[in-house]
Each structure stands twice: as structure tokens, then as C-alpha cells.
Design a protein around this ligand. Structure first.
Ligand code: THU
Length: 131
């Protein structure tokens, strides 16, 4: 799958976002090394702290389907003027399973930038510390 196709898949998730509080839909698409893709959207909650980001929705869907590794690329899409940068919690969650991940970050005009997760989360704390 091309990078732009993965980004468009992330954009296709925006209508599924449940975001009655922020009115800020986010979509995500997580590509695996076998070509499979797990998508996600943000899912908010009246108790705001119980909300899920789009990236973590996609990741948790993958883990719950039995995937633990082989994550190659993640696309994140939002209707924002600036790139829809992933929040700190999502960077940390992704680092646990995919420190080598490439992250495609899009903005409302569908332009995107590509960065390694290790640049988004330098000096990350991961599972190796707890072995
Ligand atoms: N959001 C994401 O889905 N991903 C991020 O990395 C940043 C923020 C969502 C959470 C919330 O539903 C809305 O955007 C506003 O913060």
C-alpha cells in the first residue's frame, strides 16, 4: 500500500469518529508487514478522561486481534490547518509495540509529513527496561 493510500484510509475514518465534545474528528490507519491494516477513530466520553484517541483505537484493535509486532506505518488524519500531531500518550503506547514505526501525519488539505516514531518520542521508555 502506498503512503498516500494509507493516509486516505485514515481520512476515510473521520465520519466514524465519536467526538461530540471536541468536534475534532481524527482517523488512523496502522499498516502491518503482511499488508493488513487496522483502522481507528477517536471515541470520546462524557467523562473526558475516558476518551480514546484514533491511534490508540487502531493499535488496541490490532493487539486484541492477536497482532503484537510487524507494525510498519501509521497514518493519522485530521481536518486541522496544521498537521494532526499525535499526542504524547499515543506516542508512548505506539513505542511499546513498534519503536521503529514510521508515522505519516496529515492535515486538512491531505498533505502529510513522514517521521520515525523515534523522532517523535526521543529517549523513549520501553519494555526493555523492565526485563
Ligand atoms: N486526538 C486523537 O484522536 N489523536 C491525537 O493524537 C490527538 C487528539 C483526539 C482526542 C480527542 O477526541 C480530540 O482529538 C480532541 O483532543
Amino acid at each position: 500500500m502506498t503512503d498516500s493510500a494509507l493516509v486516505e484510509l485514515a481520512f476515510s475514518m473521520l465520519p466514524r469518529a465519536y467526538c461530540p465534545y471536541s468536534h475534532f474528528p481524527v482517523g488512523a490507519a496502522l499498516l502491518c508487514d503482511d499488508g493488513s491494516v487496522f483502522t481507528g477513530c477517536n471515541v470520546e466520553n462524557a467523562a473526558f478522561g475516558s476518551s480514546f484517541c484514533a491511534e490508540r483505537t487502531a493499535l488496541v484493535k490490532a493487539i486484541s486481534e492477536g497482532r503484537r509486532d510487524g507494525f510498519v506505518k501509521l497514518a493519522i488524519a485530521g481536518n486541522s490547518d496544521d498537521y494532526c500531531w499525535p499526542c504524547g500518550s499515543c506516542r508512548q503506547m505506539l513505542y511499546e509495540f513498534a519503536p521503529e514505526l514510521e508515522v505519516l501525519i496529515a492535515k486538512g488539505d491531505h498533505a502529510y509529513v513522514s517521521l520515525p516514531l523515534k523522532e517523535l518520542l526521543p529517549y523513549g521508555f520501553g519494555p526493555d527496561y523492565l526485563k
